[in-house]
Design a binder for this molecule. Structure first.
Ligand SMILES: [Zn+2]
Length: 216
């Protein structure tokens, strides 16, 4: 199937590329790590996923690869050119298959790793009682618990992308997925919402890490 990037998608790609460059300055993407994607607004069965191996300080709207998220194949013209979407593309595709997300951000920020380490052996990292939880879509009070699914890291991303599905589906108000020793996936229904959710996670991780070190 051929695929032409629409003007509407191009605008979103520009917006996300600008965010990627900012996130790069904030420690989210050391050594070309991290990956990013959008659900196409005009061809909903296509995800636009960041290209593998790009230095995120130089990332632009040209560095997205269209991938069909049902059969997980890159659009032919891109595959034939030898370009490749991120090695972690399958996680992005799973999130689009089972949530309303239109944008997925994957960060290797150090605090996500340290925070996951506070919950050894647990399937979920629970956060609660913080005003900023209201930064997550649909949350109107600080008086609740949000369970973030946590998984062990693996190099078999295709298998992991299947394994995480029930946990994500079981937590409709959790917009993140933690991988131990690796990082976090965060999503939202727009670039702006995904960014806001990432900011909530960053703040809450700092809070838990600081309060834990005070108690230790
Ligand atoms: Zn990663």
């Amino acid at each position: 199937m051929s695929f032409i990037i629409s003007a509407q998608d191009h605008e979103e790609m520009k917006k996300l590329a600008a965010l990627v460059r900012v996130m790069n300055t904030q420690g989210h993407n050391p050594a070309t790590s991290g990956n990013y994607s959008l659900r196409s607004k005009t061809t909903p069965e296509i995800a636009l996923v960041s290209e593998s191996g790009i230095d995120k300080s130089k990332f632009t709207e040209e560095n997205f690869i269209p991938v069909h998220y049902n059969d997980r194949r890159m659009v032919d013209s891109y595959a034939l050119s030898g370009r490749k979407s991120s090695d972690e593309t399958d996680i992005h595709l799973t999130i689009y298959q089972i949530t309303k997300a239109n944008c997925v951000l994957h960060s290797h920020m150090l605090d996500a790793l340290l925070f996951a380490d506070l919950f050894p052996g647990k399937q979920f990292a629970t956060i609660k009682d913080l005003e900023l939880l209201k930064g997550f879509k649909g949350i109107k009070t600080h008086e609740l618990e949000i369970n973030i699914p946590v998984f062990d890291n693996t190099q078999d991303i295709r298998e992991l992308a299947e394994t995480v599905k029930p946990s994500i589906l079981s937590q409709p108000f959790s917009y993140g997925l933690l991988l131990r020793g690796h990082g976090i996936y965060v999503w939202g229904e727009s670039v702006e919402e995904a960014k806001r959710h990432l900011e909530v996670f960053e703040y809450i991780f700092k809070y838990y890490l600081n309060s834990h070190s005070r108690k230790a």
